[in-house]
Design a protein around this ligand. Structure first.
Ligand code: PEP
Ligand code: MN
Length: 338
């Protein structure tokens, strides 16, 4: 249930509503906007109480029920767009944010080369997995803690923030000590204990869409992060499983305007895992930007032929540079910047 306070509602009036909701056993989340406060009243049985319970309070403008399963990720709760700040970077503020780098951290040399390449080409975040959630237990699982250490070394040397995946709720604190942005992979979108832990530590996080999940399920999963008080949530469309098998996954371009319509959260797109093949990545990347994505997450490897993971879908340095030039043109044509 959403209680919209009047523009000039006093703190006391807001507190009274919060107090009443808590006395009924509900939890509350506040969206303190520039001109008014919105209070989300959360609980499994808010449907059983009358909206009048809150509508009668002084300072209350309106009380509505959110009929969708997600609440905090909805625009009803927060009409203004969320801008996620990572150091000086702003994700969702208009300028396109390109995150690029190898699928996995493989060695110090590989990571250094990749960082130099993507930074010189204009990427503003370095990606690289230290913990890899592989479909087979016999595949390379990542360098783990050593990989995190390499990420921090290059982050400092090249002055670029890093994003890396966390797969285990018990490692959230550890990974957050190294990474500027945590990544929740597609296979963990509904790993609720992982989401709850990341919600608790309030670290910027990319929530990838589950490979067989609807946008509604994705936004409902985002509520786990937001419910803990973590407002720095970035969504990432990475392709879903359909009957089409000419690509690794089917990129759902519609999810970009759909998310923009129903949620305040920024959305980026990973064209690499959707395409599965380097030759298809640039077209999907261009389409995502044209459709309004706030940025991209792209796999780039100094030498894709030698990659331990996802070499086939990784761009070469020259392909990445060319793509960045094309993206700049598209961004400018749409009145945005790169
Ligand atoms: C990745 O980004 O390398 C990755 C494993 O992605 P996803 O979770 O989308 O498969
Ligand atoms: Mn990958």
């Amino acid at each position: 249930m959403i209680v919209e306070m009047r523009k000039k509602a006093s703190q006391k009036e807001i507190d009274n509503v919060v107090h009443r909701a808590k006395s009924l056993g509900f939890s509350v989340q506040l969206n303190v906007g520039t001109d008014k406060t919105v209070i989300a009243i959360l609980g499994s049985n808010t449907g059983q109480i009358s909206t009048d319970i809150f509508a009668v309070f002084p300072g209350v403008d309106s009380v509505t029920r959110i009929m969708k399963p997600y609440k905090l990720a909805s625009r009803e709760f927060k009409p203004d767009r969320t801008i996620v700040k990572v150091g000086n970077l702003e994700i969702g503020a208009g300028r396109l944010i390109i995150m690029a780098g190898p699928c996995a951290v493989e060695s110090k040399k590989q990571l250094e080369e990749a960082t130099r390449i993507v930074k010189n080409a204009g990427a503003s975040v370095l990606r690289g997995g230290a913990f890899k959630p592989r479909s087979s237990p016999f595949s390379f699982q990542g360098l783990e803690k050593t990989g995190l250490e390499y990420l921090v070394e290059v982050k400092k040397k090249y002055d670029i923030p890093v994003v890396t995946e966390v797969v285990d709720p018990h490692q959230v604190e550890l990974v957050a000590q190294y990474a500027d942005i945590l990544q929740v992979g597609t296979r963990n979108m509904q790993n609720f204990s992982l989401l709850t832990e990341i919600g608790r530590i309030k670290h910027p996080v990319i929530l990838k869409r589950g490979l067989a999940n609807t946008v509604t399920e994705w936004l409902t999963a985002a509520d786990y992060l937001l419910a803990g008080g973590n407002e720095s949530v970035i969504l990432c469309e990475r392709g879903i499983r359909t009957f089409e098998d000419s690509t690794r996954f089917s990129i759902d371009i519609s999810s970009i305007p759909v998310v923009k319509k129903f949620s305040h959260l920024p959305i980026i797109v990973d064209p690499s895992h959707a395409a599965g093949h380097y030759s298809l990545v640039p077209a999907l990347a261009r389409a995502a930007i044209a459709a309004g994505a706030d940025g991209l997450l792209i796999e780039v490897h100094p030498n894709p032929k030698e990659a331990l993971v996802d070499g086939l879908q990784s761009l070469t340095p020259s392909d990445f540079r060319r793509l960045m030039g094309e993206l700049k043109l598209i961004a400018e044509a749409l009145g945005r910047s790169l």
